[in-house]
Design a protein around this ligand. Structure first.
Ligand code: PNW
Length: 481
């Protein structure tokens, strides 16, 4: 029986999805098992100097072997949903051809275990682990290579999507095509702080279009393979951008970042078009006429059922001046093609261990914006969370009170948005477990469950107990005592 919330609690809709999120490369390990071949992240993490302390996902948190224990943890905490990603190189080691059944079996078993535990699965098809063969084909292969800078990769993704849908479509209802294509395109091919570590603004823009096209091909493949009840989405890390001052120069900086950070994905996905100002800002970097072929925008703009929103922190920008850390990692190359001159400033608010400012109003503003642009489109918050230092009490409890406060503030913002009429369908805390935090390696802990990396021992932090209670009751306290 559900625990009854008291009156001083904010109640969420009864069908609200309460979950946590993870991704394959960040947790699975087992990188050479059951036919899996390297992804661009294996190559990148094994390249000296790319990841903090030389950390790799070789073992990660060994989820490939400990998945039963991890699902049991979620069940014990009372979570109602779980967002995971499928590793493309487990399913198609060369990025093409028939599926490796042993690779798919892992996800079949995972999903069955989730369903048996009463947990709704949300499958993400692509969370950054492109088969290395599609980036640089081994000699003798017929593939063109080039990763997301080539159109062929989008076609390959469509084929991969049908294979996964064929295997899991009878048991997974919620699907996300891509996770944060902005990061894949602009951190992967622009600033180079993510795999494959290339630094060419024109190639990064091509990657963005091909990722959009991959989303479109993915949606078509999923629609063809899945029942009409399937819920299809894409997860975008939208940037909440504010001007440093109200000068025209700073407002122009906001427009530029909004164009290449948000509307480059939102406009084609929601409205089947690229905005004229984006094309103009970047015309010197890429030939859009040649890049975007007839039919592309119609494919990308095919209807979706939900929009996935990943939110961590807002940004403050100005049209000139020196940038502080813009939260996107250190690089001599900009991840903002056509907006390289824009300077980033430290927004107000406390900082997380990532040096990202804490500001739930950014989440509220993004929810309101989506609602304004596409009234009625359900939004799922597919990621929100923070990295913080673990404070261990003498009793051995990981007391991450900062994380509880963070989640509480953001859930409160979500609740207000729902009251104002924004259809928010769920919230997925990033992350279930401490894990491989990309270029930061294992140094940054986002989990609500602590992982002792040498022993792989899992211990729920205070936030896990707090969040579990919210899930079980469908409510959070109005204030934290
Ligand atoms: C997201 N940035 O990554 C990812 O979806 C997760 O895999 C990741 O662990 C999580 O957020 C925490 O970082 C991001 O530079 C990586 O703005 C970098 C940025 C944003 C999101």
């Amino acid at each position: 029986a559900a625990e009854a919330p008291a009156d001083d609690f904010l109640r969420f809709p009864p069908d609200f999805l309460w979950g946590t999120a993870t991704s394959a490369y960040q947790i699975e390990g087992a990188v050479a098992e059951d036919g899996r071949t390297p992804s661009i992240w294996d190559t990148f993490s094994h390249t000296p100097g790319k990841v903090n302390r030389g950390d790799t996902g070789d073992l990660a948190v060994d989820h490939y072997h400990r998945w039963r224990e991890d699902v049991a943890l979620m069940k014990d905490l009372g979570l109602s949903a779980y967002r995971f990603s499928v590793a493309w190189p487990r399913v198609q080691p060369t990025g093409r051809g028939p599926a490796v059944e042993r690779g798919l079996d892992f996800y079949r078993a995972l999903v069955d275990e989730l369903l048996a535990a009463g947990i709704t699965p949300l499958a993400t098809l692509y969370h950054w682990d492109l088969p290395q063969h599609l980036e640089t084909p081994s000699t003798g292969g017929s593939a063109a290579g080039g990763g997301w800078t080539v159109r062929e990769t989008a076609e390959r993704f469509g084929e991969y999507a049908s294979l996964v849908a064929g295997a899991l479509g009878d048991r997974v209802r919620h699907w996300t095509t891509l996770n944060e294509p902005w990061c894949s395109a602009f951190l992967g091919y622009g600033s180079g702080v993510h795999a494959p570590g290339r630094t060419d603004p024109g190639e990064a823009l091509k990657a963005a279009h091909h990722l959009n096209l991959a989303h479109g091909r993915g949606v078509a493949a999923l629609r063809a393979a899945l029942p009409g009840t399937a819920q299809l989405s894409v997860s975008l890390n939208l940037h909440q951008v504010r001007p440093l001052t109200d000068s025209p120069e700073d407002q122009e900086a906001v427009r530029r970042i909004d164009a290449v950070g948000n509307r480059i994905f939102l406009s084609p996905v929601l409205r089947g078009r690229y905005d004229a100002d984006l094309l103009q800002d970047t015309a010197h970097l890429v030939d859009w006429e040649q890049l975007v072929r007839p039919g592309d925008l119609a494919a990308i703009g095919a209807p979706i059922d939900q929009l996935g929103l990943n939110y961590y922190s807002p940004a403050v920008v100005s049209g000139s001046g020196a940038s502080r850390d813009d939260c996107h990692g250190r690089s001599d190359h900009s991840p903002w093609p056509g907006a390289e001159h824009v300077a980033f400033h430290q927004p107000p608010g406390e900082l997380t261990a990532m040096n990202w400012s804490i500001d739930p109003t950014g989440l509220r503003d993004l929810l309101d914006r989506i609602h304004l642009e596409r009234p009625g489109l359900p939004v799922v918050i597919t990621e929100n969370g923070m990295a913080c230092e673990d404070y261990v009490t003498p009793e051995g409890v990981v007391n991450d009170r900062e994380r509880i406060a963070f989640v509480h503030q953001h859930l409160t913002a979500v609740h207000r948005a729902i009251e104002a009429g924004v259809p928010v369908a769920g919230y997925f805390l990033w992350s279930l477990l401490d894990n491989f935090e990309w270029a930061y390696g294992y140094a940054k802990r986002f989990g609500m469950v602590h992982v002792d990396f040498p022993t792989q021992r899992r211990t729920p932090k205070a936030s896990a107990h707090w969040y579990g209670r919210a899930c079980r009751t469908g409510a959070v306290p109005r204030s934290l005592s």
